[in-house]
Design a protein around this ligand. Structure first.
Ligand code: HPA
Length: 233
């Protein structure tokens, strides 16, 4: 048996899975950091791999961009493949001036504008939060690896392009560190379907200052983030 968007056999996917937005990142991590990795999904070129990291079985699968795409993979991974721990590994745009590109963030909670997060709750507001066990383990691993992380709240949006320069002011006032497009639905769906979720993000650009990471910096912080996530397998 397989699912609509994933052609793997049940059993091909590990209990812990990393979810980068970009399927080519999944391929790159599988080829450079995993041992004995095999590709379990090529449907829509949304590559998924399972291999071993320090002897522990772990998977990595592209989620695509946005909450619509992410929700499809999260649903199928939990319902069909019985995945237990889902860890987003992605980028965000910082909305606080003081945040440097390359900063790694462990997202404690995700506010957002997803219709799926509002309509399912009768117009009331569900607080989408990370699983505490994964969060505290990631924090410990980061300390051990001497990787500086910031723990805080982020915002998941459905609109990457937005003309309103004041849009993020109220969110910044409420402590939101950065904006991305996947975490809120990952947290909400994982909780609903009985799995644990975490989101680890690196700041790829700063919306306030216009700074963006060089490809070298991006590679370094991206590898830092991957190592924290892989240690959770
Ligand atoms: N907006 C939304 N998602 C993002 C951004 C952004 O500025 N940067 C990285 N992911």
């Amino acid at each position: 048996m397989s699912s609509i968007h994933i052609e793997a056999k049940v059993g091909d996917v590990a209990e812990t899975i990393l979810l980068p937005g970009d399927p080519l990142r999944a391929k790159h991590v599988a080829e450079t950091l995993l041992e004995d990795a095999f590709c379990f999904n090529k449907v829509r070129n949304m590559f998924g791999y399972t291999g071993f990291y320090k002897g522990k079985r772990v998977s990595i699968q592209g989620s695509g961009m946005g909450m619509g795409s992410t929700a499809i993979y999260v649903n199928e991974l939990i319902n069909t493949y019985k995945v237990k721990n889902l860890i987003r590994v992605g980028t965000c745009g910082a909305i606080q001036e003081k945040l440097n590109v390359g900063q790694v963030i462990l997202a404690m909670s995700a506010s957002g504008d997803s219709g799926a997060n509002m309509t399912h709750f009768g117009g009331l507001h569900y607080a989408a939060t990370a699983d505490f066990d994964l969060l505290q383990r990631a924090y410990q691993k980061a300390l051990e690896l001497k990787i500086n992380t910031l723990q805080g709240s982020i915002f998941s949006t459905n609109t990457f392009y937005d003309d309103d320069p004041k849009r993020w002011d109220i969110w910044e006032q409420h402590g939101i560190l950065g904006v991305e497009m996947e975490t809120q639905i990952l947290f909400t769906l994982s909780k609903r379907l009985g799995a644990k979720a975490l989101s680890i993000l690196t700041v790829s650009d700063n919306i306030r200052t216009g700074a963006s990471a060089s490809s070298k910096d991006r590679e370094q912080s991206y590898m830092d983030m991957m190592k924290i996530a892989l240690e959770l397998a």
